[in-house]
Design a protein around this ligand. Structure first.
Ligand SMILES: Nc1nc(=O)c2c([nH]1)NC[C@@H]1CN(c3ccc(C(=O)N[C@@H](CCC(=O)O)C(=O)O)cc3)C=[N+]21
Ligand SMILES: [Mg+2]
Length: 284
């Protein structure tokens, strides 16, 4: 078997076109949806992502601002900026790019963002709403993965799903979403004994560990759907995922590539969350 390659770029384009239409409607009603992205420090990868996010906003007709600060920005100054953006009516979504420098408490920063503007879905209040089945914002990466599974018409109800990686940003919300859709979910991590035993039973495998080639073809059930959330940059500067693409491709039924899979979907869903935040200001 050779896996179908799930085209995250094409699906993201389709979703961003839908966002453009909703944006145009909102603008007619006098609201220009706005996203603020804050980047602290000079991590080159973060700069690329932030630039991509701003470009995607521009293309879809959203207002976007990027605030870049030096590595030495104090936590108090960052919190003050967040407070200003919380109270800025032109801004509907706020994203503080992670990771933050060590002297800044990321938890405190996330909690300072108004939950109604937390388009990442990282605030405890949004995490709690997702957990209890009434989400306000679904975290962009797992939200994008769900859209990829939907577009591939993957049956989630009754399926066995394994999520490798238990981060607050990807693994945990991913498991909740799959569970809510009717899957039986196992969350594995880097310490899981005999990881392959778990993954070989799965109809759906989502990998988000940050370890290249963590999952190989022999760990995958024939025909399973494999979604690779990993973003690893090799010494050659090339991007690769957490799955060993060559061997997994020979066993899986469908496989998302890196680049061109989950990454572009993450950005598309960020725009979806931002437009939803802006639409909510109309609804009342
Ligand atoms: N508060 C916060 N929210 C985030 O959503 C967030 C974050 N912090 N910190 C970093 C991670 C990573 N992330 C990516 C977004 C797009 C691509 C993406 O577009 N990737 C392209 C390739 C881009 C390239 O060439 O480097 C692809 O996979 O095809 C990747 C990674 C969002 N993140
Ligand atoms: Mg994002």
């Amino acid at each position: 078997m050779t896996a179908r390659i799930i085209d995250g770029v094409a699906l993201a384009e389709k979703i961003k076109e839908e966002v453009s239409v909703r944006t145009a409607k909102l603008i007619q009603q006098g609201i220009k949806p706005g996203l603020a992205v804050i980047l602290v420090g000079a991590d080159p990868a973060s700069q690329v992502y932030v630039r991509n996010k701003a470009a995607a906003c521009q293309k879809a007709g959203l207002h976007s601002i990027v605030e870049q600060y030096g590595e030495g920005l104090s936590e108090a100054d960052l919190l003050a900026r967040i407070d200003a953006l919380n109270n800025d009516p032109a801004i509907h979504g706020i994203l503080v790019q992670m990771p933050l420098p060590k002297h800044i408490n990321a938890h405190r920063v996330i909690e300072a963002i108004a939950a109604r503007k937390d388009v990442d879905g990282f605030h405890v209040s949004n995490a709690g709403l997702l957990m209890t089945g009434a989400p306000l914002f679904i975290p962009c990466t797992p939200y994008g993965v769900m859209k990829m599974l939907e577009s591939e018409q993957v049956v989630i109800r009754g399926a066995v799903a394994v999520v490798v990686g238990a981060s607050n940003t990807v693994g945990k919300p991913m498991a909740l979403l799959l569970q809510a859709a009717g899957a039986t979910v196992t969350i594995c991590n880097s310490k899981t004994r005999d990881l392959g035993w778990h993954t070989r039973h799965a109809d759906i495998v989502v990998i988000a560990t940050g370890r290249p080639s963590m999952i190989t073809g022999d760990m995958i059930k024939s025909g399973a759907v494999v979604i690779d959330v990993g973003i690893n940059r090799g010494a050659d500067g090339k991007l690769c995922g957490d799955a060993d693409f060559q061997s997994v491709q020979q066993v899986a039924g469908a496989l998302s590539p890196v680049p061109g899979g989950v990454g572009p979907m993450t950005i598309a869903m960020l725009l979806v969350n931002t437009i939803e935040a802006a639409e909510r200001t109309l609804a009342k």
